[in-house]
Design a protein around this ligand. Structure first.
Ligand code: DAK
Length: 258
């Protein structure tokens, strides 16, 4: 892959994807989202990769969908083209974990993209918001659905209805981000978290993600039953035996992803 709007690096088993449209604060257009979908598919299929970190620049994770590309669309065009739906969906079907490392602006589609990831690590200068209302639209990639699940109704309404931004400290208090770190440490922290994840059995990592995501889709009793079935299934793996034996023998486990 030779993308124009992304920078791709691999650090051990971690793929690092940087959104890269510096002149437009990483505004998300069709070309960028196509490339992002391709990169995610590539890393999902690559056995050497265990976790993905998605980041932007120091100034912006992404300042939203590209307003210039949307400005002249009419209703029929948006509907018939299924406007930026196709290439926004890849993140949702990722089975490997994806960590968003957010510095600077994560607005509109940028905030929505970060929320599609499994968790968000924020730099202390990060700013989150759903300011679509200011340009006459509503969030279109899950902002009205994922934001209230993350921060509750009141704050989600506040952000979506006023279009204001919240800083990293407020985002952490509200539960949108898992941790806030000094901006200079952002990538190191995200890569360390990703490396820690990669050290665990791949199947256990993927099933953990699967089960947590299930909590947002099904009633509690069904989610608990799903969790129990998955839990039992892990007793059919080598890595469960190895992990428990290593603990009892006071040594480090040697996981084999099987
Ligand atoms: N789109 C296009 N260009 C953008 C942009 C955006 N969202 N945000 C910034 N830029 C461009 C600016 O136009 C400027 O370009 P030049 O004038 O230099 O050519 C350059 O980036 C630098 O921006 P500023 O000069 O404005 O920089 P400042 O530091 O002064 O301000 C800012 C930074 C982030 C506060 C400001 O740029 C800003 O307010 N940006 C717009 C934020 C915004 O409204 N975002 C929400 C966009 S609507 C969907 C999925 C998603 C969506 C829709 C549908 N489907 C799946 C159907 C999402 C919609 C949105 O995100």
């Amino acid at each position: 892959m030779n993308p124009e709007n992304l920078l791709l690096e691999v650090h051990d088993q971690v793929a690092l994807i940087r959104l890269h449209r510096p002149k437009a604060l990483n505004a998300l257009n069709d070309a960028l989202m196509d490339e992002l979908g391709q990169a995610l598919a590539l890393y999902e299929a690559d056995d050497a990769i265990g976790c993905i970190v998605l980041t932007g620049s120091e100034k912006a994770f992404a300042a939203g969908a590209d307003i210039a590309a949307m400005a002249t669309k009419d209703y029929m065009q948006a509907y018939r083209e299924d406007f930026i739906t196709r290439n926004w969906e890849r993140m949702r079907s990722m089975r490997k974990p994806v960590i968003a490392a957010v510095a600077g602006y994560a607005l509109g589609g940028g905030c929505e993209l970060a929320m599609m990831c499994d968790f968000i690590i924020a730099a202390d200068d990060a700013r989150f918001g759903q300011p679509e209302i200011r340009i006459g639209i509503i969030p279109g990639a899950g902002g009205t659905q994922r934001l209230p699940r993350a921060v509750g109704k009141s704050k989600a309404m506040d952000l979506a209805l006023t279009g204001r931004m919240m800083d990293a400290a407020e985002a952490e208090r509200a539960g949108l981000v898992s941790r806030v770190v000094p901006a200079a440490r952002l990538l190191d922290e995200a890569l360390e978290a990703a490396r820690a994840i990669c050290a665990f059995p791949r199947q256990t990592v993927m099933l953990t993600k699967d089960c947590v995501n299930r909590a947002f889709e099904v009633p509690l009793a069904d989610g608990l039953m799903y969790e129990r079935r998955v839990f039992h299934s892990l007793f059919g793996t080598h890595d469960q035996r190895e992990g428990m034996a290593a603990f009892l023998e006071k040594r480090s486990p040697k996981f084999e992803n099987r």
